[in-house]
Design a protein around this ligand. Structure first.
Ligand code: FES
Length: 311
């Protein structure tokens, strides 16, 4: 099917309705092997892929011609993203259309034939995207408190039928409702000390126990053998959960990237590692379903600190 020059859609560079900010939207491996990764963040569709240099790129998942989803297209040998409908080709770095099949060799593609393009930072196996476009200062670092490096033991991702804002609050106030820790029960209502604000994160520590031991324990004890330290970035795009012994020795750590998908969904990605090399199995991950029972009994404590600055 041919495209006429005159039916080009408007320039799609600006998403003025979407707050301009960073979200952690994918794991590095998801873009391997020439993949086109379609994501939805805050209700807007994006497509992520790697260009000819191997750099991760993000474009609006909408062709500037007739708005076909570019994620249904293909990567050309030059690693341009080609629309599945009439074959317009896009440069991943700029969003500029660089080729239209029915143009003659003398015709130049107008500069306003382009789709939205977005700044990407790929770091420690996570891909972070800025929804405001390309022109943004690179942050010196994401919250220093969140560990991203060296989380190479296991990884995962899923979409939860739970709004992002509530998910972030739950991670702070009832992490056992969100996290799956095989053989371990997090005592959501047994917090050690007040939550703290540290380096852009709300940090809370919860008692945890071997699941088999929980029933036999008396209700009030101060000697739980395990602890779960949860750090959540105030803006809710990253979190870290660390399972450790009561003496503070790390057992397993997981870094979690989150973003609001199409409302009311949330998308979550994680990478984890264990202290013991022979324990490299998913010791800490995100549940496939939020534990509704734990949600009911949670109290807005750390989440209040996040929103108001007051515990
Ligand atoms: S919709 Fe025509 S080239 Fe994409």
């Amino acid at each position: 099917m041919n495209a006429s020059v005159t039916d080009a859609a408007p320039d799609l560079r600006a998403d003025s309705a979407v707050p301009e900010r960073w979200w952690t939207v994918a794991l590095s491996e998801e873009l391997d092997a020439g993949a086109l990764l379609a994501i939805c963040c805050q209700g807007i569709e994006y497509v992520l892929f790697r260009d000819s240099t191997g750099a991760a790129r993000a474009l609006r998942d909408q062709c500037a011609h007739r708005r076909a989803p570019l994620s249904l297209g293909r990567l050309t040998p030059e690693k341009y993203l080609e629309c599945p409908y009439h074959g317009w080709r896009y440069d991943g770095a700029s969003g500029q259309c660089v080729g239209i099949p029915n143009f003659s060799a003398e015709e130049k593609v107008p500069r306003n034939y382009r789709t939205g393009s977005y700044k990407i930072i790929e770091q420690d196996g996570f891909i972070h995207m800025y929804t405001g476009g390309l022109h943004v200062e690179q942050p010196a670092q994401f919250p220093a408190r969140i560990r991203l490096g060296g989380l190479d033991g296991w990884r995962g991702g899923l979409t939860l039928a739970y709004p992002h804002e509530y998910l972030v609050d739950l991670l702070m106030d009832a992490p056992g409702a969100v996290l799956e820790i095989p053989g371990v029960a997090v005592i959501n209502n047994h917090r050690y000390g007040d939550p703290l604000m540290v380096a852009g994160c709300v940090v809370s520590t919860f008692a945890a126990d071997r699941a088999a031991s929980v029933r036999g324990r008396k209700k009030v004890v101060g000697d739980y053998p395990l602890a779960l330290v949860v750090s959540v970035a105030v803006d809710g795009h990253l979190a870290e959960a660390k399972l450790q012994t009561d003496a503070g020795e790390m057992i397993a750590t997981v870094g979690i990237g989150m973003y609001p998908d199409k409302p009311p969904l949330s998308s979550v990605r994680w990478r984890g590692t264990a202290a013991a090399a022979d324990e490299m199995r998913p010791l800490l991950a995100v549940r496939t379903q939020i534990d509704a029972h734990a949600v009911k009994s949670s109290k807005p404590f750390a989440s209040r600190l996040r929103k108001t600055g007051q515990p």
